[in-house]
Write a protein that binds this ligand. Sequence first.
Ligand SMILES: Nc1nc2c(ncn2[C@@H]2O[C@H](COP(=O)(O)OP(=O)(O)OP(=O)(O)O)[C@@H](O)[C@H]2O)c(=O)[nH]1
Length: 302
Amino acid sequence: MIKSESVSLKLSRFMHITKLNKFLIAATLSYITIFSIISLNSLAFLNLGANLYGLATDLISLVVIMSIFFVVQCSLLARKAFVYVSIGLMLWIVGATADVLDEVVIQPLWVSMYIEDLCRSSGMVITAYGLFKTMTFMQKMHKRLAQEFIIDDLTKVYNRRCFYEYVDRSHDKQYTLIVIDIDHFKSINDEFGHDMGDRVLKVFAKKVNALFENENMFARIGGEEFAGYFPSSQFENVVDVSEQILEKVRTINVKDDRFLTVSIGIAKRLNKHEHFDTVMKRADQALYLAKDSGRNQLRLAP
Ligand SMILES: Nc1nc2c(ncn2[C@@H]2O[C@H](COP(=O)(O)OP(=O)(O)OP(=O)(O)O)[C@@H](O)[C@H]2O)c(=O)[nH]1
């Protein structure tokens, strides 16, 4: 398959494109050749010396449009955009070919009206519409990729990358981090299957995410590990929210009266020099304390 990350006029690209693209390029070149031969053989010649300037500029236009057409055939465009741009450029090339030849031979009026003017103008409009479609498609793709870059695929909450960047860029000197880990999640997978495990993760993330508001942030940072960020203005709130998380999670029924529980570690940044990784490590240590103390509880890092 042809690489789409660069735009190039290299003729070697022709070897790697689809049959349809090859056919369209060949058909367009054949049209230019056949139309030129017929015109040059059947129509009366003009004084070439007087039209040299017009011939040169029209030829340059034709070569430029043909090159753009070649690049389009070698690129991966969205289907609709490709169809409109290809048809538009082909019509434009038909008009531009007649434009070149009317500097060399005396064309009948219908050729200059229908082939030259009409094809060129409609070709320009259709190409412009195709470009508009291309831009719309690119904007949609950009939005989708930007979302995928920061959102976790399964749970639809923020992902690890987004969380780390958000906290690392925080100007808050004394934020608090919490790390939440689902208890005995492996046994949920083992007893009820991986799909059930996924469903539990989704329900859990949705319920807990609803408890995070304003500048607080909730994210999935690992398989069954989640984290929360609270700015210093929310510090009073952290233990409260963490207790609400414990409560809410206990209402999630995995199956057959088996309810979910989590353990939570909480760490407040000690001073503005403490690095994010260190705060995270302390929250992790508090989490292990909660696990060691029997799970289904929270622990504060010293
Ligand atoms: N269904 C599902 N399982 C996952 C996913 N990511 C990780 N896991 C599983 O999560 C389990 C985590 O297991 P452990 O790290 O042993 O932890 P645990 O069983 O929760 O035990 P404790 O944390 O000690 O309470 C592993 O079995 C992983 O396969 C996921 O996206 N979907």
